[in-house]
Design a protein around this ligand. Structure first.
Ligand code: PEP
Ligand code: MN
Length: 333
């Protein structure tokens, strides 16, 4: 949305206008004056229609232009997504926790107990695993999805799990409360359309080398197929230094905020991939204003079938949950 002002408007009135836009949740950006000297402000973020109408009527506003946003549905999407007891984008930060992959009922039960004690409201766990190597553990499929449901129900948790292909969407949607589209599938357009036709909310992870624009366009595929209940998940991008598995781009949180009201969460487990660094980055995610944090845990990381090196122990998860909420309380209003 671009507001073009009359030539007479003064700097003070412009500053007042910008403050009003910010109060309404938008991000004003001054555009260079046109040849006729008229000033204009582009407002990013999802401004409610009644606010736009009120701003358009203000003295000094000559006219309003619709800016050509590439992802109009995502730009105007609602700011909250409910999944069971979790309200992404609500006043409380949401904690998702669980193993990288579902391995056994005992392993999942230990994770769910820790997740619950940590204050998590959503249990994660891979059933269909998108492994880089075809020789790595691929997940236990349907059995794992059933286990997730049963164990989560015992603890009053919701379930999020990854879906790898369009034909698996009905099965996963039957048992899970939220469908995860993983980093490797962020631009799998057939999958994006399929989860877009589902009634389940979608956790859309950022592709490992995707720009924010590409990520939001992937979300637009889902929204355009009919499902606007999308939560974005920053999980780190490729970089040059093998010291960490990925480079966790926490700046994505405020940068995304300026483009869409959709909730955004952070996954420091895959984002860093080094157990000892994960608590600090989880707290930093909360400080950056993330609507949620997703953490991998395992009762015996040394025996894990995948990502054991980045799994938190149950007691670490429980301790971290409380600290995440304390940091979030400082920045969430
Ligand atoms: C996961 O969360 O299980 C996962 C595979 O993560 P990513 O898609 O971010 O690599
Ligand atoms: Mn993992």
């Amino acid at each position: 949305m671009i507001f073009v002002f009359t030539a007479e408007i003064d700097a003070e009135a412009i500053a007042r206008f910008e403050a009003e836009v910010r109060r309404a949740g938008g991000e004003p950006q001054r555009l260079a004056s046109g040849p006729d000297g008229r000033r204009a402000i582009e407002c990013r973020g999802a401004l409610p229609r009644d606010v736009v109408a009120a701003l358009a009527k203000q003295t000094g506003v000559a006219f309003v232009l619709e800016s050509s946003v590439a992802y109009p549905k995502v730009a105007a999407a609602a700011p909250t997504v409910r999944v069971g007891k979790a309200l992404f984008g609500g006043p409380e930060i949401v904690l998702i926790a669980g193993p990288c992959a579902v391995e056994s009922e005992a392993q999942l039960e230990a994770c769910a107990r820790a997740a619950s004690a940590a204050g998590a409201t959503v249990l994660r766990g891979g059933a269909f695993k998108p492994r880089t190597s075809p020789y790595s553990f691929q997940g236990s499929g349907e059995t794992a999805v059933g286990l997730l449901r049963a164990v989560a129900d015992r603890h009053g948790l919701a379930v999020v799990t990854e879906v790898l292909s369009p034909d698996a969407v009905p099965l996963v949607a039957e048992h899970a409360d939220m469908l995860q589209v993983g980093s490797r599938n962020m631009q799998n357009f057939a999958l994006l359309r399929a989860v877009g036709q589902s009634t389940r909310p979608v956790l859309l992870k950022r592709g490992m080398s995707a720009t924010l624009e590409e990520w939001l366009l992937a979300a637009e595929y889902i929204a355009n197929a009919g499902n606007e209940r999308i939560v974005l998940c920053e999980r780190g991008v490729r970089h040059f230094d093998p010291a960490a598995r990925n480079l966790l781009d926490l700046a994505a949180v405020p940068l995304i905020r300026a483009r869409t009201a959709l909730p955004i969460i952070v996954d420091p487990s895959h984002g860093v991939g080094v157990r000892s660094a994960i608590p600090a980055m989880a707290l930093a995610a909360a400080a950056a204003g993330a609507d949620g944090v997703m953490l991998e845990c395992h009762p015996d990381p040394g025996a894990a079938k995948s990502d054991g090196f980045q799994a938190l122990l149950p007691e670490q998860l429980i301790e971290l949950g409380e600290r995440i909420r304390a940091v979030a309380a400082c920045v969430r209003t």
